[in-house]
Design a protein around this ligand. Structure first.
Ligand code: NDP
Length: 314
């Protein structure tokens, strides 16, 4: 196992991680950033981002992440591909293991590990994962051009996925478990006015059907208890996300869903020198712009922490 020493280590490469990197690099802290398993984070699986200030015409998620990466690199951030597998916050500097091959001793750690898509938890969904089951229409929708597909969920993600897929597919069934959607009014309007989208209200998925590939789904109306099989080639799950904080369990204070709890109005966790930013610590807003905002806060908090530490040590 090789060993390295760093001043500021950033874990994660979404808008929060890259913004923390831009600020830390410009403050002369020479940060190193480890990307995690999905470089660029969740926005790499999004279509157009239309709500990030400063892009009046919108920008594609992957393009935005490339630009954020370049901006972080421009000021000297070292960006490495690697997955943090273990952390030891028992002493200081903190010890972070990457890919089981390297231990990094870091004076400040900024956690920007984000969140991942949730699944229904059906065995058939698991079995047919990537063989018709997907949590990303923008990534996989292309493969289902000209076919019928289903989307499960009723939030903005589900509305966005259904609308995106309706441009490619012949028919999109949107499976909503209640009699109403949680999505914003404008997104709901897009769904409800799209002739290729049929919303199945009060409906739950019992099973994803198919041996080698998805051939359909069996759904049940939870009011009438009526069951029905629908032929689809793709099954897109868009029911929200969970924070990627498993490796910090027991070490950092979290809420019951695993979101890291920071000291109010800051990015300080319960461990000195460990900061949490972006979706890993935000179950409420979960937007690219709020993630970027807290990324900036994390870098500023880390900078002040290091300056105070240096003053004490000198
Ligand atoms: P949400 O948590 O908002 O919605 C999840 C949806 O999935 C809910 O409607 C929920 O149903 C449904 N759901 C949860 N579990 C199940 C289940 N087991 N079976 C069936 N349905 C289930 O998550 P989103 O990912 O949609 O959105 C997260 C955040 O990101 C929101 O703040 C949203 O506004 C934002 N967002 C914004 C976008 C944009 O502005 N372009 C695009 C995408 C997301 P129920 O309502 O019954 O609880």
């Amino acid at each position: 196992m090789s060993e390295e020493k760093e001043k500021v280590l950033i874990i994660g490469s979404g808008p929060a991680g890259y913004t923390a990197a831009i600020y830390a690099a410009r403050a002369g802290l020479k940060p190193v950033l480890y990307t995690g398993g999905q470089p660029g984070g969740q926005l790499t699986t999004t279509g157009d981002v239309e709500n990030f200030p400063g892009y009046p015409k919108g920008i594609s998620g992957p393009e935005m992440m490339m630009e954020l990466q370049q901006q972080a690199e421009r000021f000297g951030t070292r960006i490495n591909y690697g997955l943090v597998t273990k952390v030891d916050f028992g002493g200081w500097p903190h010890k972070v293991t990457v890919d089981e091959t390297k231990v990094i001793e870091a004076e400040a750690v900024i956690i920007a590990t984000g969140a991942s898509a949730k699944y229904l938890g059906l065995p058939s969904e698991q079995r047919l994962m990537s063989r018709g089951v997907s949590a990303c229409a923008v990534c996989d929708g292309f493969f289902y051009r000209g076919t019928d597909v289903a989307v499960v969920g009723a939030g903005d993600s589900a509305a966005e996925e259904a609308t995106y897929l309706a441009n490619l597919c012949t028919k999109v069934y949107l499976i909503v478990r209640r009699g109403e959607m949680r999505a914003s009014k404008i997104m709901q309007q897009r769904v409800l006015s799209n002739p290729r989208i049929e919303v199945l209200w009060n409906t739950e998925t019992e099973e994803v059907l198919g041996d080698e590939e998805v051939r359909g789904i069996r759904v049940i109306n939870n009011q009438t208890k009526e069951k029905r099989e629908i032929a689809v080639k793709g099954f897109f799950v868009a029911i929200g996300h969970q924070p990627n904080t498993g490796i910090f369990k027991g070490l950092l204070t979290m809420d019951e869903s695993g979101y890291i709890i920071c000291k109010p109005g800051s990015t300080h966790t319960n461990v000195e020198g460990v900061f949490a930013v972006g979706d890993a610590a935000d179950k409420i807003y979960r937007q690219a712009v709020t993630a970027a905002g807290t990324g900036c806060m994390g870098a500023l908090d880390a900078e002040r922490f290091l300056a105070a530490k240096e003053a004490v040590l000198s």
